[in-house]
Design a protein around this ligand. Structure first.
Ligand code: ADE
Length: 224
């Protein structure tokens, strides 16, 4: 799977994909993340990418021409399944959307800055508008990194069986159960007996009950 991320602050995106699971996914050739500096498509000798809002108001808006330039170039090189704009006024991101995206081949993510991007780019090119939550970030880069990370780990072969995404929180609308490692006793606190029993069916049952309990307490909306 390939992500092309269009950004005005590309340096923000170098680290998230250079470590751990994302790096392994890239090394295995299962995930490719290409970052594009929108400023290369900027206008004039100052490489301008933003301008004042028509109608007045504080904050700059990203102009159409640089965004259209890079999007048209990418579209001429391959077919894209999805062109995403990450924005606080988009549809709220969740695991279901991550699952859907993990089935795609080529995806563009546009990161907004300032007051956002000219509405005509959204109308002409964008197929999906995504918010990662009800709060406002300084730009779309961290939102894009979250989407690529959460989708990347779902691509078949990225995670081994033992860490399979099938057991993640949300995958079955339940939060994950508590986990423990050695030592069996820490500061007087013992690991639940059942986990030491070696009885697989009882352990599964305990984990399910704990998942249900945690979900009821913390996220009852998931059970509705
Ligand atoms: N850009 C700024 N805030 C955002 C958010 N909450 N989700 C996605 N993109 C954003």
């Amino acid at each position: 799977m390939r992500f092309d991320i269009i950004s005005a602050v590309p340096d923000l995106l170098t680290s998230p994909f250079s470590h751990s699971i994302m790096k392994r996914a890239e090394d295995k050739g299962l995930l490719q993340v290409v970052i594009h500096d929108i400023r290369k498509w900027g206008i004039g000798k100052n490489k301008q990418i933003d301008d004042y809002q028509f109608g007045g108001g504080a904050g700059m808006v990203m102009r159409c021409e640089p965004l259209a330039g890079i999007i048209e170039q990418l579209k001429s090189e391959r077919e894209y399944d999805e062109i995403i704009f990450v924005t606080p006024d988009g549809n709220r991101y969740d695991q279901r959307m991550a699952n859907g995206l993990s089935l795609k081949e080529n995806v563009i993510i546009i990161c907004g800055h300032y007051k956002g991007i000219d509405e005509r780019i959204r109308e002409k090119y964008v197929t999906s508008e995504i918010s990662i939550g009800d709060f406002v970030l300084s730009g779309g880069e961290l939102a894009a990194a979250i989407i690529v990370d959460s989708v990347g780990r779902l691509i078949p072969g990225v995670l081994g069986d033992e860490t399979s995404a099938l057991f993640d929180s949300f995958q079955d609308d339940l939060l994950a159960p508590p986990v423990y490692t050695r030592p069996a006793e820490f500061d007087g606190m013992k690991v639940p007996e059942v986990l030491l029993s070696g009885h697989a069916a009882k352990i599964d049952e305990w984990r399910y009950e704990q998942s249900l309990k945690r979900t009821k307490e913390r996220r009852p909306d998931l059970l509705e």
